[in-house]
Write a protein that binds this ligand. Structure first.
Ligand code: KIV
Length: 278
């Protein structure tokens, strides 16, 4: 065995983040920090470093499984990722994406999918992509007492409808529809909304037009919070460089340099040395 069984980290008595705390943060003008995570070890670092929300995003399909889109990831796989994250955290709120095909077009299926995520992973909330077209699904999930985060703008599960990952809602008609959808998500009872890749001005307008927090990715600085995919912000994906991404580390090179050094030490018989043997 390479390491001891991980134990639930000891609580540091910091305030637990709930959906209500997030709404309070919006009222006070305190920005919300959100990052994705898909495993125990990463989630533990993020939680202990003070992140407000962890999103177990279906971007796991891309960064964990290597698929081109988010469409192939399954409900069972999302539950597997979310369970590890939940075992790691003490303070942050954990939101899990309902994957493609588990909520669209059938609100009963949507509720069953959301219940499986909550029951089997211990997550605190679910996220669904879309506006008016999934209202019935959101309604039904909320009626079971499950908090829902919305997601508007670029919704990657609809990539084959959009055709590209470029900025959404640049035209007036789409922008107007997006504002209406945001208001509808608030009315329906969503506790927050992700706004992905829309003009900063529009994201600011949306954020002012609803009382629930907005969390932006590629949506400027006027949203109530920000989210990034953890692999992108840590610089693990060296080939992904959209304009909105700020890299906070260069883990691709850190891991690559460490691997090269390890390979060299093994080949040269430098590792393990006397002190590293029993
Ligand atoms: O799946 C994901 O990582 C997301 C974020 C980009 C918001 O939905």
């Amino acid at each position: 065995m390479s390491s001891l069984k991980p134990l639930k980290p000891v609580s540091d008595n910091k305030k637990k983040i709930t959906t209500h705390v997030l709404q309070e943060m919006k009222r006070k003008g305190e920005k919300i920090s959100m990052l994705t995570a898909y495993d125990y070890s990463t989630a533990r670092i993020l939680d202990e470093s003070g992140i407000d929300v962890i999103l177990v995003g279906d971007s796991a399909s891309n960064v964990m499984a290597g698929h081109e889109t988010t469409l192939p990831i399954t409900l069972n796989e999302m539950i597997y990722h979310a369970s590890g994250v939940i075992r790691a955290i003490n303070n942050c709120l954990v939101v899990v994406d309902l994957p493609f095909g588990t909520y669209q077009g059938n609100s009963k299926t949507a509720l069953e999918s959301a219940i499986r995520i909550m029951k089997e992973s211990g997550a605190h909330a679910v996220k669904l992509e879309g506006g008016r077209e999934i209202r019935e699904s959101i309604d039904r999930i909320l009626s079971a007492g499950i908090p829902v985060m919305g997601h508007l703008g670029l919704t990657p599960q609809s990539i084959y409808k959009f055709g590209t990952y470029t900025v959404r809602a640049k035209e007036d008609e789409e922008a107007r529809r997006l504002i209406e959808d945001a208001q509808l998500l608030e009315e329906t009872g969503c506790f927050a909304i992700v706004l992905e890749k829309i003009p900063a001005k529009l994201a600011g307008e949306v954020s002012k037009s609803v009382n629930i927090p907005t969390i932006g990715i590629g949506a400027g600085n006027e949203t109530d919070g920000q989210v990034l995919v953890v692999h992108d912000m840590l610089g693990i994906n060296k080939d992904f460089s959209p304009r909105f991404l700020r890299r906070y580390a260069d883990l691709y090179n850190t891991i690559s340099d460490a691997t090269k050094a390890y390979v060299k030490d093994v080949k040269s018989k430098d590792f393990p040395n006397q002190d590293e043997c029993y």
